[in-house]
Each structure stands twice: as C-alpha cells, then as structure tokens.
Design a protein around this ligand. Structure first.
Ligand code: ADP
Length: 574
C-alpha cells in the first residue's frame, strides 16, 4: 500500500504541473498568432488541443486522487486497528505495579491511549493524503522553475527555509501549550470519572458546589491556555502570509524583467506564478502539518511511553513441575511498594501443604501484601519465597497462577450470564462441569430457581450469591493452592453463613491461606501466622500462640469481646 501510494504521488506530482505548462503554451501561442495576424481557424486548433490535454490530465488526476485517498484511508484504518490491538495486548502483560501508579489511573490511561491512537492515525492519513502529494508537487514545480530560469528557481528556494524557520519557531512556541492541554484533558476526563465514582459521598456531604468549582478552575485555566495558543498561531500566520506575498512580488518583478529584456516570452509570467503557487501550497499547509505532527508527537509521547514500558512486563521463569505439592516458605522477605511504603520487614514463615493457614493482623499489617507476593503480582525487595523448594522467580508465571486460586472480598463478576462467569475458571469446561461446580459451591439450587437459570445476568445477583459464583469459578479452575482474602468481609451475617459451606468445600484437600476478621474462620485454621506492622510475630496453632499472651492474644480477645459473648450466650440460653 505504501509503494502504491508513493507511485501515485509521483504520477500526481507531474500531472499537477500540466495546468501551468498549458497556460504558458496557450498565452505564448495566442500572442504569436496575434502578432502574426493568423486567422481564427488556427486558434480553434489550439483550443481543441488544449482542451484534450486538460481533459486527459483531469482524468488521470481524478484516478490518482481517488487512489491516494483510498490507500491513505486504508492505511489509516489498518494502522488504527493494529496499534489499538498492540497496546491492549501490551498492557495486559504489565505487572500490577504499572496499574497502581497514580499516573496510570484508569481515566488518564484511557485518555492517553485514545488521544495517542487518534493523533497517530491522523498523522498517517495526513502524510499520505496531504503531505506526500503536496511535497512531491512542490519538488517537481521547483525543478521546473530552475529549469525555466536559475534566478526564478532561486527566489522560490530561498523562501522555503524562511518559511520553515518561522514554522519551527511557531511549533516550539506552541509545544508547551499543547503539553499543558493534554494534561488538562487527562485531568478533566479523570475528574468526571472520579466524580461519578464518588457521587454518593459528594451528595451526602452537599459538596456539589465545591466539586463544580474545582471543575471550573480547570476549565478556566484551559480556556486561558487555548486563547494564548490561538493568539500565537494567528501572529505567526500573518507573518507567514506576508513572507509568501513578498515571494510572489519578487517573482513577478523578476520575470517581467526577463520578458522585457527579451530572454523570456510573456507566457512565463503566468507560468512562474502558477509554479510558485505549487511550491508554496505545501508550505502554506506547513503550519497545519506541523501542528498535526506536533500533536501526534506530543500525544504519542504518552502513548509510546505506555507501549514501550517493557520494564513493566511481568517476569517469568521457566520452571513447570508436573505437580504442585503446596509447601510455601517465606524467607526473610522485605517488601517496599513502588511509592516507598515498606509493607513487610524481614518476614519468615512456612505454610504446610494441604493445611488451612490464617493470616491474622490489624488492617494495614501487610496481609494482602503477602498474598500479592505469593501470587507473584509483586516481587520481594529482598529475601525469597519458595514453593515446593523452588524460588517463585524460577516458576513460569502463567503456570504458577493456573495453580493458584484467588477469592477476594469482592470478586469481579463480569457483565454476562452466570454460566459465562463460571466458565471464566476454565473456558473449555462442559455444561455439566459448570453445573457440577455450582453444586459444589452450593449455588446450583438458587441458580435453577431463577427465571433464566444459568443464562441469568450474573451482576444482578446478591453479594453472597456473586461470591458463590466466584467460588464455583474456582472449583472449575480446581487449583491446588487457594488464597482467600477476606472472602466474607463485604457480606452480611446471613450471606456469610450461607457461603460458609461453599468455603469449607473449596478449602478441603488444598493448601489454603485465608485472611479474615471472622473469629470462626480463624479458629477453623490449622495454623495461624500473626502479622503486625509488616512483621510476622507469632506462628503456630490457635492454642499455642494464644498461650503466648502476645499480639494474637490481644487481637483475639478484642474480637471475642466485640462479639459480646455473654449477652449472646444469655439470649441463646433463654
Ligand atoms: P492488610 O491487608 O493487612 O490490611 P496491606 O497489605 O493491604 O495490609 O497493606 C500493608 C501496607 O502497605 C499498608 O501500609 C498500606 O498502606 C500499604 N500498601 C498496600 N497496597 C499498596 C500499594 N499498592 N501501594 C503502596 N502501598 C500500599
């Protein structure tokens, strides 16, 4: 396609000069005929010839233009498709660290990607539809001017660098404004998204006017910036228009001089002006092209930063054992988040296979961080984590994650049917396997009671039901290791009670780590690891670490007291 477009530009650039040549020929021929006092019949011959040449040229030009536009557009569409696919595939390979960085807020990321793609594709389209043909025309026209007369060619040639210089100055002046504009757009879009996210809080605190004011400030700064940008552009435009007109005047004077001293025919005046027009046409567009190239460069900076963050690609080893036993050893692990928060200090503990281990600690103690490291979402800053005696770094990351199941406080339920959501655990599973998993998660009965059964929309289910769908999904995945990060924290007591059976079922015969603030889930565990301010303080069975009268004792007593057991016992006894 690129070659075809180049070839068309080449043909088109010659066709574009035909008008100038024909005009020169016509003026010269007519003035000859007039001088010679030739009859009108010869004039008709001339007109016939001119008409045919112009008609053929227009036909060729129409085909060329169609081809250029069509190929230019095709290239644009293909490139747009390819780069949006490329960026989507690329960011999916990035580590969690990339997503948690503030500059990669979902709104900002979306705007940066959208603007990058649209400006890059516009650039490609402009290059093939505007820039290339115009510049090819200009070069051929310039060559013709030099061919006609060296000095005339020289005048045209001298105008180009002046014009170029002005355009470059204009571009560099406007570059800063553009960058700022990009930032405003990103903040604004992000602003709307976070406004919508927090609308309930905004309304409950009656902060509508405060939020509107905040939005207005950005809007006003943006307007100011836009006005300065336009003003600067207009000043530069006027200067450039002036330079161009001076060029035309010099060419008229120069050619008139040559005509008068007899070294050129009268047709040369029109000829040179038309050629100069061809030379200056792309230059006249230069600022627009420059603007767009600059837009593309600035917007694509952000885009390529995302596309080329290769250091963000998840690392993967190659180790893939036949079977995972599930012995996890955390050895002297320190972990610092990219923003500098040290979440773990010299943490060491062992998790035995096929046992339930509870991670206990106050909020912020580092429990979720431990899960993040065990799932290889992040790597320890120092120390190591071994699974069945092999460092997690050595493991093939995909293989590792296929062998680990994660249940979070709020599991992501995708828009779609219940059966699609369960199938996410194993897209190749059969219908009967889906039903089997739902039964194991104790949700089958409720699903079939629904109007559309397994084809009901999953996001319309209650929190507890969604959590069981997530557990059914895990049954289908069937990993030997499971991490449960506060699986019942967002559920009410009844729902917690309801999913208890499915949790017990999924825990059976697997290596399980559970983070929970539920006293029953903690004492259910065979082994307990207590974390406090990023340190693993106590490990052992419930009885053994309770007897230490340390942190676990304190947390456990507080939990038990908060239950108001005396009152509960009294009520139940009555
Ligand atoms: P827990 O699960 O025990 O409540 P976390 O592991 O979530 O605790 O957090 C431990 C510490 O790490 C906290 O101080 C928290 O602020 C910090 N932290 C958690 N996630 C991030 C993150 N993505 N970036 C920076 N700091 C984080």
């Amino acid at each position: 396609m690129v070659v075809a477009t180049l070839a068309l530009a080449f043909v088109g650039s010659f066709a574009a000069q035909v008008n100038a040549l024909i005009l020169k020929y016509t003026v010269d021929s007519i003035s000859d005929l007039m001088v010679a006092g030739e009859p009108l019949s010869k004039g008709f011959h001339l007109l016939g010839f001119i008409s045919i040449v112009l008609l053929v040229k227009e036909l060729v030009y129409a085909v060329v233009q169609f081809g250029q536009k069509f190929y230019g557009e095709k290239l644009r569409i293909f490139i747009s498709r390819d780069i949006s696919q490329a960026i989507t595939e690329k960011i999916l390979t990035y580590r969690l660290e990339f997503y948690s960085a503030t500059e990669n807020d979902s709104g900002k990321l979306q705007t940066r990607i959208d603007l990058g793609i649209s400006s890059l594709t516009r650039l490609v389209q402009n290059f093939f539809i505007d820039i290339l043909p115009l510049f090819a025309n200009a070069i051929v026209a310039l060559a013709l001017m030099f061919y006609a007369n060296f000095y005339v060619g020289l005048v045209s040639l001298c105008i180009i660098p002046i014009y170029f210089y002005i355009s470059v100055r204009q571009a560099s002046k406007l570059g800063g404004f553009r960058r700022r504009m990009r930032m405003y757009r990103e903040t604004k879009n992000n602003g709307i998204i976070s406004l919508i996210d927090s609308i309930t809080v905004i309304k409950s605190f009656v902060r509508e006017s405060l939020e509107a004011k905040r939005h207005q400030d950005i809007q006003f700064e943006m307007t100011e910036n836009q006005l300065v940008t336009r003003k600067t552009s207009f000043i530069f435009e006027s200067v450039k228009g002036f330079v161009e007109q001076i060029g035309i005047v010099i060419i008229i004077i120069l050619t008139a001089y040559f005509v008068l001293n007899g070294s050129m025919t009268i047709g040369a005046i029109m000829f040179h002006i038309m050629l100069f027009n061809n030379v200056s046409a792309p230059i006249r567009q230069l600022h627009r092209i420059y603007d767009e190239v600059n837009d593309a460069l600035i917007y694509s900076e952000g885009f390529f930063d995302i596309l080329e963050s290769d250091h963000q690609i998840e690392k993967s080893g190659t180790y893939q054992p036949e079977k995972i036993i599930g012995l996890l050893e955390v050895r002297n692990v320190d972990f610092i988040y990219p923003n500098g928060t040290q979440a773990l200090h010299n943490v060491s503990f062992t998790i035995k296979p096929n046992q339930n281990t509870a991670l206990v600690g106050l909020s912020g103690a580092g429990k979720s961080t431990v899960i993040n490291l065990l799932d290889k979402f992040y790597e320890p800053s120092s120390g190591s984590i071994l699974l069945d005696g092999v460092d997690l770094k050595e493991y093939n990351t995909d293989f590792l994650r296929k062998n680990i199941g994660l249940v979070l406080q709020k599991n992501h339920i995708f828009k779609g049917t219940i059966s699609e959501n369960i199938l996410y655990g194993n897209p190749n599973a059969s219908e009967s396997e889906v039903i089997e998993s739902a039964k194991k998660a104790y949700i089958h009965e409720q699903i079939i009671a629904l109007h559309e059964g397994y084809n009901s929309q999953a996001h319309l289910l209650s929190g507890g039901q969604q959590q069981r769908i997530a557990i059914a999904r895990l049954f289908l995945k069937n990993p030997p290791i499971i991490f449960l990060d506060e699986p019942t924290a967002s559920l009410d007591a009844i729902a917690t009670e309801q999913i208890k059976k499915s949790l017990d079922a999924i825990k059976k015969d697997r290596t399980v780590i559970i983070i929970s603030h539920s006293i029953s889930q903690i004492i259910d565990a065979t082994h307990i690891v207590v974390l406090d301010h990023g340190r693993a303080l106590e490990t052992g069975t419930h009885e053994s670490i309770y007897a230490l009268k340390g942190t676990y004792f304190e947390i456990f007593t507080a939990m038990a007291n908060s239950l108001n057991i005396d009152k509960i016992t009294q009520t139940i006894e009555e």
